[in-house]
Design a protein around this ligand. Structure first.
Ligand code: PEP
Length: 252
């Protein structure tokens, strides 16, 4: 990790922790994790929990909130959906775009990820674009090609000035929720590819874009992963659901 990039610790709660559980979680987490200005902590609760989470972190300006997905449209007849405009109004600052579960469970395409990044930026929010290969793609030696395609398409509708403000998360699909983690060397290799591709698109400011690793991160492996070159932060699913464990990870 480069010294000038502040580490980012992002919790993806997926479809876990409703408002009541979030309240309990935050009362425990905030006691265990004191504010620090040398890192960024972001929580991505389910959108129905956002208001409760916002209330829970009201006294903690060091903790930001985000949503896990948005629609490509700003508003309209899209029952069950959520737009970047609504997320901004509800107090989100970040949006996960193109998470592997969106891509592989809900069939989201690179083109949709691009539109979502554009909507997110239009509404003053920061996209966290998730990219990563499937196991069979990795085994066929396609990791770099898959990641570059998702990355280049994902940022294709953003002006360089906007792309410079985003975050990118490399999440190999075979590592998500499986207990299998990429080695620090593997993560560093792919992060270097991402950094170089970003530099081609946005110039030298690509050096300031935080690149997060995600995939079965735990309190036990967080430090080793963060030591890898080009790994500026962690996007954590399962291990972020436990307040004590998440506090430990955020204190890495
Ligand atoms: C995720 O969903 O973004 C994730 C990385 O999950 P997990 O940490 O559970 O592998």
């Amino acid at each position: 990790m480069a010294a000038h990039r502040r580490p980012v610790f992002a919790a993806n709660w997926k479809m876990n922790h409703g408002p009541t559980q979030a309240k309990t979680f935050l009362s425990e987490f905030l006691v265990r994790y004191a504010a620090r200005d040398d890192r960024t902590v972001i929580l991505f609760p389910p959108s129905i929990t956002l208001a409760a989470a916002r209330e829970g972190v009201r006294a903690r300006r060091d903790i930001a909130l985000g949503v896990q997905n948005v629609h490509t449209a700003d508003k309209g007849a899209f029952t069950g959906e959520l737009s970047a405009a609504l997320a901004a109004d509800a107090g989100a600052a970040f949006v996960l775009v193109g998470h592997s579960e969106r891509r592989h469970v809900f069939g989201e395409t690179d083109a949709q990820a691009a539109q979502k990044c554009a909507r997110v930026v239009e509404h003053g929010l920061t996209p966290v674009l998730c990219v990563g290969e499937l196991l069979e793609q990795r085994e066929r030696g396609e990791t770099e090609a898959v990641v570059l395609q998702q990355l280049r398409m994902g940022i294709s509708m953003l002006a360089p000035t906007a792309a410079r403000r985003m975050l990118v998360a490399y999440e190999p699909v075979w590592a998500i929720g499986t207990g299998r983690t990429a080695t620090p060397d593997d993560a560093a290799t792919v992060h270097r590819v991402i950094r170089d591709a970003l530099a081609e698109q946005v110039g030298v400011e690509a050096l300031d874009i935080p690149l997060l690793y995600g995939g079965s991160v735990t309190a036990a492996n967080a430090a080793t992963l963060l030591e890898a070159d080009e790994v500026d932060g962690l996007l954590v699913g399962g291990a972020s659901l436990d307040a004590a464990g998440w506090a430990t990870i955020c204190s890495t």
